[in-house]
Design a protein around this ligand. Structure first.
Ligand code: GLN
Length: 473
């Protein structure tokens, strides 16, 4: 039978699998067929696992013996920076080519336990640094909505795998927007959960105080299912927050905060502003109270982010020294080996950030740069906490532009970084953020808006997100 993958959701697939309309093996095969047909062009997957049908057979067993869960037999793709035992994972970087993971990350282990089918690993910017997936060592990924455009980044592979119907959902990481911005560029839903909820054990560290794993899906209900399945306490992640502390005082969305001057500021495409205003009107008509807010400090999140991120990245990436993982290019002595390996293994943007990070952490500059950035970070957290006394969620566009063309921003690192304007505050403050499609745009692209909620307020995001799916067509 032909399974209609385009309209498929986790709930629908689960109901069909349960009713025996098709089997987990048939479902997995349907996705493998799409991948075989489209991946050579799109480059969403950098590796399709060879044991997909075996995993699907195992899922069928779970249905037979009554242990199936909502995720059993659901075909999911994983970003190339998530460790899957016995499989290669490289973080999109030459420096880790050939690196085989020796354990499963916690999210992967949970997915396996639930009987999900892991289809393969998906493309990403080198070391998760970038907003277009153009810096990957595997070459760029194309945007399935418009093949001449980037899919966003760093999770271009994960979103493209879902947007091309080559996976029902994907897991990815978001350090400054890497789930939400690519989800926006490809018309999908992407969630960056609250810092300390979904375990990062087995995720390659970029900036440990910002990194978060989250889902990419076709609708909000699926995102909710995947978040709930992975929102668990984990002793293997020292930042994992005990379950009883994961509480948000708010229970419903009534007031939506609109940082109008920020949204109307520089560098935001006119069509984005227009869609944002239209979205405001529709939400008002639906009964929400829109409250104008000012976020004078939060508007500086990008500057804070690009001091703290390189600082943390430079120390996290120090482990790739040609000794323990992946690439090793022997030199005349130890220092020469480091230089050769790291010089060749890391791409240009990664080297740029390592140098920047080492500089801001260096003696004499630490207080001026890193120290100041952390102070502003704390002030931003306070500013947002105060605003959340007045409103339930904050709404912004997800990104200041629509998906751009290949090469458009590669030679202008500042322009590339501006893509993260609206997404980095959630990482800087540790709060959750979701990207939701908000209407059709030119060139077959889709507009998107972002909602941010207070810590552990994911349910607010799901509630408003579902409402948006009804009213923003
Ligand atoms: N685009 C951002 C950056 O380049 C976000 C990266 C991420 O979230 N992994 O840092």
């Amino acid at each position: 039978m032909k399974i209609n993958l385009q309209n498929l959701t986790i709930e629908k697939a689960h109901t069909a699998l349960l009713a025996g309309e098709y089997s987990a093996v048939e479902l997995a095969q349907a996705y493998l067929n799409v991948i075989a047909e489209k991946n050579a062009d799109i480059n969403a997957y950098v590796e399709v696992y060879t044991d997909v049908l075996e995993q699907a057979k195992h899922a069928e067993e779970m249905f037979k013996n009554g242990t199936a869960t909502i995720l059993t037999g659901i075909p999911i793709s994983v970003k190339d920076n998530m460790l899957v035992k016995g499989k290669e994972s490289t973080g999109g970087s030459d420096i880790l080519k050939g690196h085989i993971s020796i354990y499963d990350g916690t999210v992967i282990a949970e997915l396996k336990k639930a009987g999900a089918v892991l289809l393969g690993r998906t493309n990403m910017d080198d070391s998760a640094m970038g907003s277009s997936t153009e810096t990957s060592c595997y070459g760029p990924t194309k945007n399935p909505l418009a093949l001449d455009r980037v899919p966003g980044g760093s999770s271009g592979g994960p979103v493209a795998s879902v947007a091309m119907d080559g996976a029902l959902a994907a897991f990815a990481s978001d350090t400054g927007g890497s789930i939400r911005q690519p989800a926006a560029y490809t018309g999908l839903v992407g969630l960056k959960p609250t810092y300390g909820t979904v375990s990062r054990y087995g995720l390659m560290a970029l900036a440990s105080s910002f990194d978060q794993i989250g889902p990419v899906t076709k609708n909000v209900a699926d995102t909710e299912i995947l978040f709930n399945a992975t929102n668990i306490y984990d002793t293997m992640d020292s930042t994992s927050v005990p379950m009883e502390k994961r509480v948000c005082a708010k229970t419903a969305v009534k007031k939506i905060g609109i940082p109008r001057s920020w949204v109307n500021g520089e560098g935001i495409e006119e069509s984005i502003k227009k869609n944002f205003e239209e979205t405001c009107t529709k939400l008002k008509d639906a009964g929400y109270e829109l409250v104008d807010i000012e976020l004078p400090l939060t508007e500086h999140s990008l500057a804070v982010y690009y001091v703290i991120l390189p600082a943390e990245a430079s120390s996290n990436l120090a482990r790739y020294d040609g000794m323990r993982y992946g690439l090793s290019l022997p030199g005349k002595d130890l220092l020469d080996t480091y230089k050769k390996t790291r010089g060749v293994g890391f791409g240009k943007e990664v080297r740029r950030r390592i140098m920047l990070g080492t500089y801001v952490l260096s003696h004499g500059y630490y207080d001026a740069y890193y120290g100041s950035a952390v102070k502003v970070q704390n002030a931003i957290r306070k500013e947002l906490a105060n605003v959340f006394e007045k409103v339930d969620v904050i709404m912004t566009p997800t990104a200041p532009t629509l998906a751009f063309k290949f090469g458009e921003k590669m030679n202008d690192p500042m322009a590339m970084k501006l893509s993260d304007l609206f997404t980095v505050p959630a990482n800087v403050a540790g709060i959750p953020g979701i990207s939701i499609p908000s209407g059709k745009a030119e060139n077959n692209l889709v507009h998107s808006i972002q909602f941010m909620a207070p810590h552990y307020g994911e349910n607010l995001l799901f509630e408003i997100g579902k409402k948006c799916e009804e009213i923003l067509k």
